[in-house]
Design a protein around this ligand. Structure first.
Ligand code: NAP
Length: 326
């Protein structure tokens, strides 16, 4: 029998609800406690999902001896401090993306987890779903030849949200790049690595964060054109082209169960039945890492998280986007 992994959740906003629906579908793990800054939110959440323990003080989650791993679901500006506190209390951590807001913060978390041998992983859930696994397999098997071009975007209409929404608020490390542009950047980085150059241009909000962000990544013999925006809806397909073929991930590519390979005009379509929405796969990965006593995931390493935030730092610097907490 595999060891049952016991989870807690810190921060009970929108993503915590989606994550909870999925964790209930994963075998051999249990969500045993949740914590919120609001007692009423913690109580209502625990009641809704039948969770035995709920706290209005994060500290109680950190010190609960029954918990193996904490899912940090707070907003961006708090990821660093909440993750660090959990690690200090010897709790493994799955932290929402971005792992922290800049490379110095991420480096500190990595060092802490390595020195104290506590598991840490950024919740880049797309990496762990079967569609992404299929993409990697086709590329590894050289189905499309040498990679030459990637085009990926992530947009939605968010201009109707309040101006102090975490999306637009620099005090909450807002902006499209850290919120959703991280996904296209992750795709290019995972397939092509760190680029030789990154050029970015933002359209900024009056609050000083990016409402739209366009990125051009240049490699020895390939390009990635990436984009994120809160200003409009769009069909979010991902395009990956090699010298011998193309791969398309259906809309919305970061969570899509459908992927198509085209070789010399011949189409191969692969459709997956996801377990839940797809957060299940990062949960399964974290559970397996803990059972195997790993301190990081081989599928999305801490070096990967560092490289990704370093690229986001470059883009923010190019556009004069700073957060007051930095
Ligand atoms: N992987 C994904 O698909 C995905 C999707 C969306 C967001 N995210 C990431 O997840 C993190 C949280 O995003 P979110 O969309 O969950 O943000 P959110 O709904 O704004 O919640 C963020 C935090 O705000 C606090 N909060 C304060 N007032 C609240 C209220 N009235 N209702 C609910 N929460 C309130 C909650 O902490 P307390 O309960 O402790 O107060 C919560 O953890 C961000 O870092 C984001 O990048 C990931």
């Amino acid at each position: 029998m595999p060891r049952v992994i016991k989870w807690g959740i810190l921060g009970l906003g929108k993503i915590a609800h989606k994550f909870t629906l999925d964790i209930k579908l994963v075998e051999d793990c249990q969500l045993i406690a949740v914590a919120s800054s609001s007692e009423s939110r913690a109580k209502a959440f625990a009641k809704k999902y039948n969770i035995s323990e709920f706290y209005s003080d994060y500290q109680e989650l950190y010190i609960n001896d029954d918990i193996d791993i904490i899912y940090i679901a707070s907003s961006n500006e708090n990821h660093y401090i909440h993750t660090l506190e959990a690690l200090k209390n010897k709790k493994a951590v799955l932290c929402e993306k971005p792992l922290a807001v800049n490379k110095n913060q991420v480096l500190n978390l990595i060092r802490f987890s390595q020195i104290h041998k506590v598991f840490l992983m950024e919740a880049l859930w797309t990496r762990f779903n079967p569609t992404f696994g299929q993409l990697l397999e086709w590329i590894e098997k050289d189905k499309i030849g040498k990679l030459r071009y990637i085009n990926a975007t992530f947009s939605f209409y968010g201009l109707n949200k309040e101006k102090d929404s975490r999306l637009f608020n620099p005090f909450k490390a807002g902006g499209s790049l850290l919120d959703i542009g991280i996904y296209p950047l992750f795709l290019a980085y995972k397939l092509l690595g760190t680029p030789n150059s990154l050029i970015s241009k933002a359209v900024k909000t009056t609050t000083g964060v990016d409402e739209q962000m366009a990125l051009i990544l240049t490699y020895d013999s390939s390009h990635a054109l990436l984009y994120s925006s809160f200003s409009h809806e769009e069909d979010m397909r991902a395009t990956i082209c090699g010298e011998k073929g193309e791969i398309y991930i259906d809309s919305r590519w970061h969570e899509s169960p459908i992927i198509t390979l085209i070789q010399k005009g011949k189409k191969t379509i692969q459709k997956f039945n996801f377990l839940g929405k797809g957060y299940s796969y990062e949960i399964i990965e974290a559970n397996n890492c803990l059972r195997n006593r790993l301190n990081e995931s081989p599928k999305w390493t801490l070096q990967n998280s560092f490289d990704l935030v370093e690229l986001m730092d470059i883009a923010r610097n190019q556009n004069g986007i700073n957060f007051p907490i930095e």
